[in-house]
Design a protein around this ligand. Structure first.
Ligand SMILES: *Cc1c(COP(=O)(O)O)cnc(C)c1O
Length: 416
């Protein structure tokens, strides 16, 4: 598409946008004067759907009305409540219902998955990860390595860009995998890197990993609800994600995990709890653990229904919109914003160049100068600053408009 820096162009794009009504399903934060902010921080904490409160109150009320009977007789019975979410989750990541489970939070799920999928041996004990992976992932991975009696500085292989580049090349990933295949036990990569916004070729990485006898898992924190995912087709072994970023389910929302169906009937090491026990026999209170033969078998506790309710509320919106249409708008919106920013032609900023991305643009600011970010904030733009020198902006297709992109551009141009 040919873009233009005319204001009329963004208005035209908004008018033609078939998803424009979705914005009305969300609360958009405002400044003190009541003017809507430009919210480009949905990659950090997504906005609140207007229906979320209703979903939570439903469960609060059903607890009042039914007490323990709510497990069976609530409007949305609590016993199978998490199963309703599996259908929506599975559509978002391209999996079967049996392969996904809403539970815990991301880092917790990462640990649970590593208990099952990181099985280091004497010589094959290393983990391949991005050098600038999200710190929590590094902490989790290092602690798992130490837990197994290895040293993290010996066991971590970190992927990094070539000198002078800012993204990791697919061919470099494949080369490292092949060269170290005898030593790597696990590949764990963020599907979309939180810092640069780089989208990795998860299908290829999985294929090359498997060809070299390596387990492959992904952290989808910045990928779910943002990019097209086909985990079952790609044959990924496991994945984890959180739901408070693009999935708009609120701070610290219940997260999710994917376990490929290939592992549902095999004995894997795992940490267990009663909610992972065979559902038909759960209340027989037998003391011999028999796992549910699906991703549900990794559950520990009975789930916090009041915390699942916001996820349910949000996923009902994703069910309606569908990822394909969402991604179409996402590409148009992000490309438009990229075009506008590049048209400014100022040496103090530069969009981090990546071969594939979702909706996030990471803007590197010269001389590590945070002033620009602070000025953007004062001018009604909600973005975030990541040390040492990056402003991340995410035009989210569910609730951001082409006019938001244009207004951001005008503000940025003025401030520069
Ligand atoms: C946001 C994010 C997390 C956060 O972990 P929590 O356990 O939800 O606090 C972890 N990993 C990545 C890649 C993230 O982007």
């Amino acid at each position: 598409m040919k873009y233009s820096t005319d204001k009329s162009f963004c208005e035209e794009l908004d008018q033609k946008d078939s998803l424009k009504s979705y914005k009305d399903l969300f609360f958009i934060p405002k400044n003190k004067q009541g003017k809507e902010l430009i919210y480009f921080c949905g990659n950090s904490l997504g906005l609140q759907p207007k229906k979320t409160k209703e979903y939570i109150i439903q469960e609060i009320d059903d607890w009042k009305t039914y007490a323990v009977e709510g497990h069976f007789h609530a409007k949305n019975p609590w016993l199978p409540y998490h199963e309703m979410l599996s259908t929506s989750y599975s559509k978002l990541i391209g999996a079967k219902n049996s392969e996904v489970i809403a539970m815990n939070t991301l880092t917790v799920n990462l640990h649970l998955m590593m208990v099952s999928f990181y099985k280091p041996e004497k010589n094959k004990f290393k983990i391949l990860i991005e050098k600038d992976a999200f710190p929590s992932d590094i902490y989790a991975v290092e602690s798992q390595i130490k837990f197994h009696g290895f040293k993290s500085d010996e066991a971590l292989i970190k992927l990094e860009p070539r000198k002078g580049e800012c993204f990791i090349r697919q061919e470099d990933i494949e080369k490292i995998i092949k060269e170290n295949s005898n030593e790597i036990a696990l590949i764990l990569i963020g599907g979309v890197n939180y810092y640069t916004g780089q989208l990795f070729d998860m299908q290829k990485i999985t294929k090359v990993g498997h060809e070299n006898g390596i387990v492959v898992g992904f952290d989808l924190a910045h990928a779910i609800g943002n990019v097209k995912l086909e985990l079952n087709k790609w044959n990924v072994d496991f994945a984890v994600w959180c739901s408070y970023k693009y999935l708009n389910s609120g701070p610290g929302a219940i997260a999710g995990a994917f376990v490929n169906e290939r592992f549902h009937n095999v004995e894997l090491p795992r940490f267990t709890g009663w909610w992972g026990h065979n559902k038909k026999e759960r209340f027989l209170m037998d003391d011999k653990f028999k796992p549910i033969k699906s991703a549900e078998g990794w559950q520990l506790s009975n789930p916090p229904i009041f915390s699942l309710a916001p996820v349910f509320a949000s996923l009902s919106i994703f069910d309606k919109v569908g990822m394909d249409d969402l991604i179409k708008k996402s590409k148009a919106l992000t490309n438009y914003l990229e075009f506008l920013i590049k048209s400014i032609d100022n040496k103090n900023i530069e969009i981090i160049d990546v071969p594939m991305r979702g909706c996030q643009l990471s803007i590197r600011v010269k001389n590590y100068d945070k002033k620009l970010f602070n000025n953007l904030t004062e001018n009604g733009i909600v973005a975030d600053w990541r040390e040492p020198d990056v402003i991340r902006i995410a035009p989210v297709p569910l609730y951001n408009t082409f006019t938001d992109a244009f207004n951001f551009y005008q503000t940025l141009k003025k401030l520069l």
